[in-house]
Structures are given as C-alpha cells and as structure tokens.
Design a protein around this ligand. Structure first.
Ligand SMILES: CCC/C=C/C(=O)SCCNC(=O)CCNC(=O)[C@H](O)C(C)(C)COP(=O)([O-])OP(=O)([O-])OC[C@H]1O[C@@H](n2cnc3c(N)ncnc32)[C@H](O)[C@@H]1OP(=O)([O-])[O-]
Length: 298
C-alpha cells in the first residue's frame, strides 16, 4: 500500500528529523509507483495512477457526475500530497469523465448543513490544501465544470478543455454563492463583467471556445485526445529541472497575491538562487555544447 506522511506531520519536527522522515516517505512511495501505471493505494472516489513522471488523478463518481463530496476532496488531497513528495513525479494531471469534470460541490451532502456547522467546522476548508502543492497541476476538463467543479479547475495551474467542456458558476440558483474562488479567480481569468454575469445569473456558461478566447483555458482539444495532450504537457514539464519548475509556479502564483514590486523582487531572488543549482550549470553548459540538458533536480 502506498503510504503518505503529511507535511503537517513533518513540519513541527526538527530539521534533521524532518529530513529523515521525508527521505523514508519518498523512498517508500517511489518503490511502489515508479515502474507501474497504477499506484497500489486504492481510493473510493478517485483513481490515482502514475504515467512515467506524471501523476494522473481521475475523479470517479460517475453516477453523481463527479460531484465533489467531502471524502472525494480528501482523497484528491491525499493523492496530490503523495505525488508531491515522490521525487519521481514532476507534474500532475487531474481529469474527470467525458460527461463531467465535476458538476460542483455535492449538493445532497451539504443541503442540510447549518451556518454554525459550516463555520465552526470550516466546511470545505480542506479544498484549499491543494494550493500548497508545489508541483504543477493540469486540469483536463471534459464536460461539465460547474460551481465547485469550475473552481477546482481554477485551483489547478493550467486548464486544458475538451471541445464539449462547459464552465459555469450556478451557485446563485441554489441560494448560495461560489465558495472556493469563483468570485476571485474567475474575475482574474475572464474579467469582471463576464464573471459578474456568470456568478449573478448562474445561467451564463462558457463553452470551450469561449473559455479559450477569454483566457480561462489555455488549449482546447477533441474530447478523446484531451487527457493524452494534458499528459504530454505534464510530461514535458516533468523533464525540466524541478527546482526551477516549482519556483516558477510559486512566482506566478505570487503575482495574484502581492504588488508588482514585491512580485518582481520575489522573482529576482528565486532567479538568482537558481545559480546555486547543478541544473543551472547543466542547462547552460548543454546549450553552449549544443546538446540536450539532463537535469538532476539538484
Ligand atoms: C466549493 C464551494 C461552493 C460550491 C458550491 C457548488 O458547487 S453547488 C453545485 C453547483 N452545481 C450545480 O448546481 C450543478 C448541478 N447539476 C446539474 O445541474 C445537472 O446535474 C447537470 C446540468 C450538470 C447535468 O444534468 P443531467 O440531466 O445530464 O444529469 P442529472 O441532473 O440527472 O445528474 C445525474 C446525477 O448526478 C447528480 N448530481 C449532479 N450534480 C450534482 C451535484 N452538484 N451534487 C450532487 N449530485 C449531483 C444528480 O442528482 C443525479 O443523481 P440521481 O438523481 O441520478 O441520483
């Protein structure tokens, strides 16, 4: 069985202990998952596999159109963290079915919740854990990405869409509002007016072409090729130097959080720090010697 040791368990330990635990954890996971295509850990609501250097998570609640029940998201987080700590994995793809990436948070699960429960137990707070993942995540969206499904896709780093994808924020029709970034990330992706239209009416959905034209997704593929194309891009990313990849992801995400001057400073310091890596020497020497670089992630 694939084991995972949570970073929150590692963090409070002393530096030496943390290193030891992480090394043990990584070794154990890689032994299980490098060579095969399916991790031995089996989940109830997702399928987690490895494809070369890429982790592939397939949401698997077909009868509920991959409605994001709490347990499903817990499993996604667990799989993501295990990929994050696996030194043989360089990127992750998350996908759903042809009909639905995810039709939203699970309405039936939450319909009887009270305010006090949702507030004191931080309902759906665990969704945000995936923001801590250092490795790039590509959402490969076929079919419906509605409500929390659209927000989930936007929590990923790149979104590719199948040609029949539908993005929408219908929460207003349920008497609620988006609760996992639909009023924040969507605005940054498609602009205020379109985000307002989508969130306030609940009826204005984006098809794949519209999502592409507005910048919500970066590429559209025929539905049948979508996952393969996402895996190809993830595979390309996974071949790059991982410190560079992870710092680039962190810098781009910082641009959403901080003023330009702070973001530029952040970028400069990361850029400079990469001159302390063997991969920077390898990458630049390989260019000068007219050969392909082989990165060691050191
Ligand atoms: C993160 C914080 C904030 C987020 C909030 C949200 O996301 S709020 C949510 C925002 N999202 C929405 O409001 C979208 C809600 N969904 C829809 O509007 C439609 O399902 C559809 C248009 C996506 C597809 O229509 P279609 O006629 O092709 O298919 P169908 O309708 O027959 O569904 C098949 C089965 O899936 C079930 N199921 C589906 N979605 C959910 C769900 N979210 N939950 C639970 N179950 C769901 C559905 O009940 C049915 O089960 P049954 O009866 O067989 O046991």
């Amino acid at each position: 069985m694939l084991r995972f040791i949570s970073p929150s368990i590692i963090r409070p330990l002393s530096a030496n202990k943390a290193t030891t635990v992480r090394a043990f954890s990584t070794t154990f996971i890689s032994r299980q998952s490098v060579t095969g295509t399916t991790d031995e850990k089996s989940y109830t609501h997702i399928i987690a596999e490895t494809k070369g250097k890429v982790g592939l998570i397939t949401l698997n609640r077909p009868k509920a159109l991959n409605a994001l029940c709490s347990d499903l998201f817990t499993e996604v987080n667990e799989a993501l963290r295990s990929y994050d700590s696996n030194e043989n994995i360089g990127a992750v793809v998350i996908t759903g079915s042809k009909k639905a990436f995810a039709a939203g948070a699970d309405i039936k699960e939450m319909k009887d919740n009270t305010f006090v429960d949702t507030y004191t137990k931080n309902f759906l707070g665990h969704w945000a854990e995936m923001i801590e993942i250092k490795k790039p995540i590509i959402a490969a969206v076929n079919g419906y990405a509605l409500g929390g499904g659209c927000e989930f896709a936007m929590m990923c780093d790149i979104i590719y869409a199948g040609d029949k994808a539908v993005f929408g924020q219908p929460e207003i029709k349920l008497g609620i509002i988006p609760g996992a970034g639909g009023t924040q990330r969507l605005v940054k992706a498609v602009g205020k007016s379109k985000a307002m239209e989508m969130v306030l009416t609940g009826n204005v959905n984006l098809n794949a072409t519209e999502a592409l034209n507005l910048g919500l997704v970066s590429k559209v593929f025929p539905a049948d090729n979508l996952v393969e194309e996402a895996l190809k891009t993830a595979g390309t990313i996974a071949e790059m130097s991982q410190p560079s990849v992870q710092m680039a992801k962190e810098c781009i995400n910082k641009s959403f959080e901080v003023p330009l001057s702070a973001g530029l400073r952040w970028e400069r310091v990361f850029f400079q720090s990469l001159f302390g890596t063997a991969d920077q020497k390898e990458g630049m020497n390989a260019f000068a010697e007219k050969r392909a670089a082989t990165f060691s992630n050191k």
